[in-house]
Design a protein around this ligand. Structure first.
Ligand SMILES: NC(=O)c1ccc[n+]([C@@H]2O[C@H](COP(=O)([O-])OP(=O)(O)OC[C@H]3O[C@@H](n4cnc5c(N)ncnc54)[C@H](OP(=O)(O)O)[C@@H]3O)[C@@H](O)[C@H]2O)c1
Length: 314
């Protein structure tokens, strides 16, 4: 004979959470009410002690009778308790906590993605696989040397959008509006140093968030609020030397100088010829290897089609 095992009812986790929340709220309110009753009884007791039984009639604090001070202090504690239970849970209740939590999680995810981007740059997957094989084969010291060498080198990257005729902009402005390219620029450069010429800096209405701005100018007295001013590309790169991927973001004059220092180019080739007064320098195929390309078609937000091209120095 087997006894049928009693099944425990399954409670929906969401319902359980709601139930737990309601239970806690009831306990909180009950305690608040108890505190209120004790406070009233206590206050009356103090008053009677003093007024009817003359207890401590001559004890004062700053000229105020002790029982008044005691009641005021207690009233303050009661108000704090009330705020905690009522006001904070009304205005900073579960919904508020959930929103805060979501915001914090989103922010942390963003930071993790940024860190991951840097790690991927420092240790590309292919390299890691090679190293893993090396470790298995016992070539530890060679791998440590290679790692040290890699750590001391950052990837200086030029990032630009240029037409088929290398057009960059005209009258200190861009000649197209490509939101997806802007987004890519933001994603790639956030958290890094951005190096630019004085003219490009002056096209910005405000500083770009979460990036260190380095402005190059020949003018020794030039000042740019919120940015670091230097007078050569070398100085700019020196400031950014601990950044795994500093970006040279233009314009024409600065790209021309930057080409000799860059290890990579993120170029958005906009399909069309444009009238311009600033141009991207020619990319020599002997020096640069095209590693990746991704086409973006015309759509309601993008008047021109374009291709993201990633070049690495050979
Ligand atoms: N399509 C894109 O991706 C992109 C990106 C960035 C900019 N742009 C466009 O490019 C245009 C601006 O480019 P640009 O070539 O006219 O100007 P720029 O390269 O932004 O800045 C030129 C300034 O940099 C300083 N400079 C240049 N060479 C230097 C050197 N060797 N040493 C020290 N300082 C030096 C000088 O500043 P001082 O005059 O103060 O000495 C010079 O006037 C704008 O139309 C902008 O919209 C396009």
């Amino acid at each position: 004979m087997f006894l049928k095992k009693k099944e425990t009812p399954q409670i929906d986790p969401q319902q359980r959470e709601l139930y737990e929340h309601a239970r806690k709220r009831i306990i909180q309110k009950k305690r608040l009410f108890q505190h209120f009753v004790i406070f009233i009884v206590g206050a009356v007791f103090f008053a009677l002690l003093n007024l009817v039984f003359d207890y401590g009639k001559d004890i004062t604090f700053f000229g105020v009778n002790w029982y008044v001070v005691a009641i005021l202090c207690w009233a303050f504690l009661f108000i704090v308790h009330f705020c905690n239970v009522w006001l904070f849970t009304t205005f900073m209740g579960r919904e508020w906590s959930d929103k805060q939590m979501e915001r914090l999680i989103a922010k942390q995810k963003e930071e993790i993605a940024l860190m991951q981007k840097d790690v991927d740059l420092m240790y590309p997957k292919d390299d890691l696989m090679k190293k893993k094989e090396g470790f298995i084969k016992g070539k530890t010291s060679e791998i440590v040397e290679e790692l040290k060498e890699k750590e001391s080198k950052n990837m200086i990257t030029m990032i630009a959008a240029a037409g088929e005729n290398d057009a960059l902009g005209k009258d200190n402005d861009l000649v197209w509006h490509l939101p997806d390219d802007f987004k890519r620029f933001k994603d790639l450069t956030t958290g890094h140093h951005i190096i630019m010429g004085r003219k490009t800096f002056e096209t910005f209405p405000k500083l770009l968030p979460n990036r260190i701005h380095i402005v190059i100018s020949r003018n020794e007295s030039y000042q740019a609020e919120g940015a670091i001013v230097v007078h050569s590309m070398k100085d700019a790169l020196d400031i950014a030397k601990n950044d795994v991927q500093p970006f040279i973001i233009g314009g024409g004059e600065i790209y021309k100088i930057g080409l000799a220092y860059a290890d990579a180019i993120e170029l958005t080739r906009v399909h069309g010829d444009f009238e311009a007064d600033a141009f991207f320098p020619a990319i020599d195929e002997e020096t640069w290897k095209l590693e990746k390309e991704e086409f973006h078609d015309v759509d309601e937000k993008h008047k021109y089609s374009f291709t993201y091209l990633t070049y690495k120095k050979k």
